[in-house]
Structures are given as structure tokens and as C-alpha cells.
Write a protein that binds this ligand. Sequence first.
Ligand SMILES: C[S@@+](CC[C@H](N)C(=O)[O-])C[C@H]1O[C@@H](n2cnc3c(N)ncnc32)[C@H](O)[C@@H]1O
Length: 219
Amino acid sequence: MPFFGVYAGMCMKQATDVFNDWAHRGKDEGMERGHGPAVREMLDLALGRVLSERDSFSFADLGCGNGWVVRLASQHDNCTKADGFDGAEHMIVKAKTIDSNNGYHLALFPQTKPPQQYDLIHSMEFIYYLHDPKQMLQLIHDEWLTEDGWVVIGIDHYAEHEESLGWPEALDVHMSTFSEREWIEMWKDVGFRDVHAWRANQSSDKPGTLAIIGKKGLR
Ligand SMILES: C[S@@+](CC[C@H](N)C(=O)[O-])C[C@H]1O[C@@H](n2cnc3c(N)ncnc32)[C@H](O)[C@@H]1O
């Protein structure tokens, strides 16, 4: 089975190629609409935590797509800097065309090094495309966040969301699948404290986005 797993993973498309194509076809705008309610909930909670500890904040969105969350965060009065990072070239081209005030960077994860450290890192529907999301969480904790910085991440592909389990095959893209409990453990293992998980934008017919927030731990 491990051999088959590796083989299947090697044959699948790269997520960044799939989303580059989506950007060309305008499907990034659908993600902006679809992810909007959960992201607003996540940002509300995260900004409440960050601004209870500092007067202003720098912000980065990892896997930012067309950059809509960067623009949302940058509108906040206390936001001093907002940057977006994504590995799909046309997402970044679009982001730069829409907005010349904030920073958008073509960047592949996990290998990209942060140009600076940020007080709040956000990421929506990105981390499970990586083969080793725990490694990325560790990098966010160790390299991307300022001391006492916060991270908030939204995940729609998780074990308890049964419909999402068919997405890797449907998109022909690797997705790392973990249960809610496994994700939370991963956060604690890499050193995050004050970890809190909830289902954002949940309703009677929708399991919601698994949203997890945490603070950089003491060194
Ligand atoms: C489902 S989209 C979400 C985009 C955006 N966060 C949103 O909510 O609209 C996932 C994004 O992650 C990016 N991505 C996936 N794997 C990546 C990788 N290894 N490095 C950089 N970006 C990646 C894709 O290019 C895509 O734009």
C-alpha cells in the first residue's frame, strides 16, 4: 500500500497547476464567494486576539489565491502591512492587477523563506495540499511568525467531512487527510499554545470549515 500511495501521488497533478488553470478560467472568484463567510469568522476571532495584545499588526496569507483576503485584512485601520503568497502564477498576476498597494509573491511551499516575520498569518484551503502539512506548521511557527504571533487556518478537507474525501480523486490532486483531533494534535506538537478549533460557517446541512487558531509558543 505505501508503494501504491507514493506512486499515485507522483502521478497526480500539482495543486498549483490546477489552481493556475482555475485563475485563467475565473474560478478564483467562486472561491472568494464560497470561502468568504468562514474566512470572515476566522479573521474576526483572530483579529480580536491579536489586537488585545498589540496596537497594530502585520499580516500574511499563505496560499492566497487572487489575494482577496490580503485586501480584506489591509482595510483594517490597524494593519501596517499585508502580503500574499501563492504558487500559482496567474493567481499572483491577477492579485497584482487588482491591487498595487499590498505585496503579492509567487512562492512555492514549503520551500519559500519569509521576507519578514508577521504578527498574524492566515491561510484558507491551502495546507492540506502539502504532502507534509506538519512541516509547514512548524515553519509557520518557527520562521513566519513574530514572537507572540498568531496563526489562523481554515481546512475544508478533513476526515469528518465525508463529502470532501472524494476531492483528491475528483481533482486528481494530492490532499493530506487528517481527522479534526489529528490536526489539533499537530498544532500542539509543533509548539502552538492557546490552540482553539471550531467549525466556521457550519449549518444543519454543512459540516463547516475546520478552523484552528493558535499562538506561537514560548522558546
Ligand atoms: C483552494 S485554493 C484557495 C485560495 C485562497 N486561499 C482562497 O480561499 O480563495 C488553494 C491555493 O493554494 C495554492 N497552493 C497549493 N499548493 C501550494 C504550494 N505547494 N505552494 C504554494 N501555493 C500552493 C494554490 O495555488 C491555490 O491558489
